[in-house]
Design a protein around this ligand. Structure first.
Ligand SMILES: [Zn+2]
Length: 344
């Protein structure tokens, strides 16, 4: 699928302390007027990253371009948190030129990238690249993270995290999913240590993946952005420890359209939608409804079991007021049963 016209998104992963924040800060400071939106999910040091970046004083990085997702692991809360946030960024009047997602190293990168395949997102956003920041000295010492205890605390603090993978596995997942590896804090390694770290990493990463050495997260943004990897399209080549036992509920998505008779009131419809959402794996509902006897068009949007509705405008001349909803959910949705519930 072409990436033309889509907003590029860069996923940055790596454990707490690896240097993701300074890398991102650096990026923003050298954005050359590019409007960058940031989604931050480093909830271990809650607020710190956001504050750091908000305080950067750069005019291209305004506060409302920074969204912190503090409800837990980004790959475990993908439908409740992450996707609505992307949608929010896309719905804004000034769309970002580039989206950067900073994940905590505890998130599985692959399900996150897969979420970009969500039907409404896929047509508008592409994963420009997955960048894994490796903590040089921690890697040399076989620790993966500079402070494993802090990472463990971060894990325990997250009630929504539903995968209990050892650091080593998470680290390998981060490497396997990457389009670019940043070997950070390389100034703290001797030349020999650098060479052997590089050799060891290269053995683990996919052949075409580049490795770049940095100190203090300093790197030219043209190396980080514009990788045009379209990672959402080649997930199969990105091996993961969780491929077979993926306990995430967002493997692949199904969607279909339901045309229904015009309801008497919005409430009747909402009630039916709630029933359908409760009994089926529906993640999202969206569409326009013609309420009987109303001149206005009703917009309906449901994420999880939160259903919003409002009248947005009058039905125009030449339009036939009809009611249609798009239903999106996990693969294997029972279209017939759901349609029957919604039609009432
Ligand atoms: Zn997760």
């Amino acid at each position: 699928m072409s990436t033309l016209g889509k907003i590029p998104a860069t996923v940055i992963t790596g454990f707490l302390g690896a240097g993701k924040t300074s890398l991102i800060r650096n990026l923003i400071e050298n954005a050359n007027g590019k409007r960058i939106a940031l989604i931050i999910n480093e909830f271990g040091d809650l607020g710190v990253d956001g504050d750091l970046l908000k305080g950067c004083g750069d005019e291209t990085c305004s506060d409302d371009d920074i969204v912190e997702l503090a409800n837990g692991c980004i790959c475990c809360t993908v439908a409740d948190d992450f996707l609505p946030t992307i949608q929010y960024l896309l719905d804004r009047e000034k769309r970002p030129d580039h989206i950067i997602v900073e994940t905590s190293g505890l998130a599985l990168p692959k399900p996150l990238v897969r979420a970009f395949g969500w039907p409404e997102v896929r047509t508008q956003v592409t994963v420009d690249g997955v960048i894994t920041v490796v903590d040089g000295p921690a890697f040399r010492d076989g620790l993966f993270a500079s402070n494993p205890e802090a990472v463990q605390e971060q894990r325990e603090a997250d009630e929504n995290l539903n995968h209990d993978s050892p650091l080593e596995e998470l680290f390998e997942d981060q490497l396997n999913c990457a389009d670019l590896i940043i070997l950070n804090k390389s100034d703290l390694l001797s030349e020999d240590e650098l060479a052997s770290a590089e050799a060891a990493l290269k053995e683990q990463i996919r052949p075409a993946v580049k490795l770049v050495k940095t100190s203090h997260g300093k790197i030219n943004h043209s190396i980080l952005l514009g990788l045009e990897a379209a990672a959402e399209d080649d997930l199969d080549v990105r091996k993961s420890h969780h491929d077979e036992t993926d306990d995430h509920e967002h493997d692949d998505f199904d969607s279909f359209v339901v045309t229904l008779p015009n309801p008497d009131t919005p409430e009747t419809l909402v009630e039916r939608l709630q029933k359908a959402i409760e009994s089926h794996g529906i993640l999202r509902v969206k569409g326009f409804i013609a309420v009987a006897g109303k001149d206005m068009r009703l917009v309906v949007q449901g994420v999880g079991n939160r259903i919003q509705h409002y009248y947005d405008r009058e039905w125009q001349d030449g339009e036939t007021p009809t009611s249609q909803l798009v239903v999106i959910g996990e693969q294997g949705l029972d279209e017939q049963a759901i349609s029957a519930l919604i039609r009432g």
